[in-house]
Design a protein around this ligand. Structure first.
Ligand code: NAD
Ligand code: MG
Length: 407
């Protein structure tokens, strides 16, 4: 039995909750060395009481001060660090072997990249970091000998359906293509829904998964699937033509791998993120996750249909970005983050999200990416254009550009 020492980036979020639930089911197997989050000091304090990490990091300096006072008052064995440097520090602690990357958005890139450079075993949920980091991120992984285990349920499914050792070269294993399944979110099955009047509550009411608000909106626009196509391109080194999408409303089949001999392998489970998290935490051994076992006879019906690309233009925008230059996926992700934030704060309509992304892709000027600074510049330019397209001049609060979090 392999013992693991963990850092959890995004410990207070939905993926953080699911991960700590699995960890708590296996006492003695995992040591939680560090927990990191944005600014929820009350929740991080509760987690420090329960898991007694050596270090806790909050990106927000005021929240970190409040946590430090509380930790001292309770004589907990936890040192509190803050800011972008604090996140990078806990991502690269020498005694940590495994880093769960579950910060949402571009804000997670610097710490996730630090884990890659430090050669960690990275359990990757933060898909936006890979969409932005792209080749630079994968080069850092290769150079340091880091490994990536995908947590995103679709990529975890593909990973499980590939022979061991072939995750980075599926062509050599005889893979013809992969099929990413998409639930379609709350709106794909309902063509009558008017995208000019959809509310954040409606967009976040996912039929199968309970997740953070940003990824819930991404599921509703199906930008989530677009980002996942880009994520798959980097994780598995496939060409975009080898990555397809099929709508599967039940979220039981989490993705499929088609081989040249005609075989198609799939991974099935109930929609519970604890299953992919437990797979990645334990690999190559299997761990109990707390997920309810699958009862196929009770489910009875699994359906598959093509995505409606006309109603959900974000899918096409993601493929177009992959076919364009290296900066296009960075710009697409940045524009989407700004537009989703504006939608969630009542400053944009649901239908403005794809519109803003398309305008930004057409209007951006930066296209070359040779360094991380180039990627961050493309990210910043796209955010500026998106804000002006949406008519929101001031910077959004909190979870903004990766540039502000760059060490
Ligand atoms: P969430 O909103 O529930 O949690 C986000 C976490 O990130 C929180 O702990 C928050 O404190 C932290 N965070 C946000 N901004 C930060 C900043 N600037 N600095 C430091 N920490 C910051 O989101 P989630 O649903 O847990 O999703 C996390 C990531 O996992 C996303 O990239 C998402 O796409 C991916 N993912 C989530 C699910 C899911 O089921 N929730 C499934 C697949 C992939
Ligand atoms: Mg997913």
């Amino acid at each position: 039995m392999m013992r693991r020492t963990l850092t959890l980036l995004g410990a207070t979020g939905s993926i953080g909750d699911s991960t700590l639930d699995v960890v708590a089911r296996h006492p003695g197997r995992f040591t939680v060395a560090a927990l990191a989050a944005h600014r929820n000091d009350a929740k991080l304090l509760a987690l420090c009481r329960r898991f007694r990490p050596r270090v806790a990091a909050l990106a927000d300096a005021d929240a970190a001060q409040a946590l430090a006072r509380a930790v001292a008052a309770e004589s907990l064995p936890t040192r509190v660090v803050s800011g972008a440097e604090g996140l990078v520090e806990v991502a690269a602690l020498p005694d940590v072997d495994t880093v769960l990357a579950a910060i949402v958005g571009a804000a997670g890139l610097p710490a996730t990249l630090a884990a890659a450079r430090a050669g960690k075993r990275i359990l990757l949920a933060n898909k936006e970091a890979l969409v932005i980091g792209g080749a630079l991120f994968m080069d850092a992984v290769a150079a340091s000998g880091a490994t990536i285990l995908p947590i995103d349920s679709e990529h975890n499914a593909v990973f499980q359906c590939l022979p061991a050792g072939y995750a980075r070269r599926p062509d050599a294993a005889g893979v013809r293509r992969i099929l990413l399944t998409a639930s379609g979110g709350p709106f794909h099955p309902h063509p009558e829904v008017d995208f000019t009047t959809v509310t954040p509550a409606q967009a976040c009411a996912h039929p199968n998964w309970s997740m953070g608000r940003k990824i819930s909106v991404d599921s509703a626009t199906m930008m989530n699937k677009g980002l996942e196509v880009i994520e798959a391109r980097w994780l598995f080194g496939l060409s975009p033509a080898q990555i397809d999408i099929v709508v599967h409303r039940q979220s039981i089949v989490h993705s499929l791998v088609e081989y040249v001999d005609g075989s198609v392998l799939a991974q099935l489970s109930n929609p519970d993120m604890r299953t992919p998290i437990a797979q990645a935490l334990g690999a190559p051994e299997r761990l109990g996750s707390g997920a309810t076992p699958l009862d196929l006879a009770q489910l009875a019906t699994l359906t598959f249909e093509p995505p409606d690309r006309a109603r959900f233009p974000c899918i096409g925008l993601a493929y177009a970005a992959l076919a364009a230059d290296a900066a296009a996926p960075v710009a697409l992700n940045a524009a989407n983050e700004i537009a989703v934030d504006a939608f969630l704060n009542g400053r944009a309509r649901f239908c403005d999200i794809p519109r803003a992304c398309e305008t930004v892709l057409a209007a951006r000027t930066l296209s070359e990416i040779a360094t991380l600074d180039d990627a961050l510049a493309a990210d910043a330019e796209a955010r500026e254009i998106a804000r002006s397209v949406l008519g929101i001049a001031d910077r959004p609060r909190g979870n903004s550009a990766a540039r502000t979090a760059h060490p």
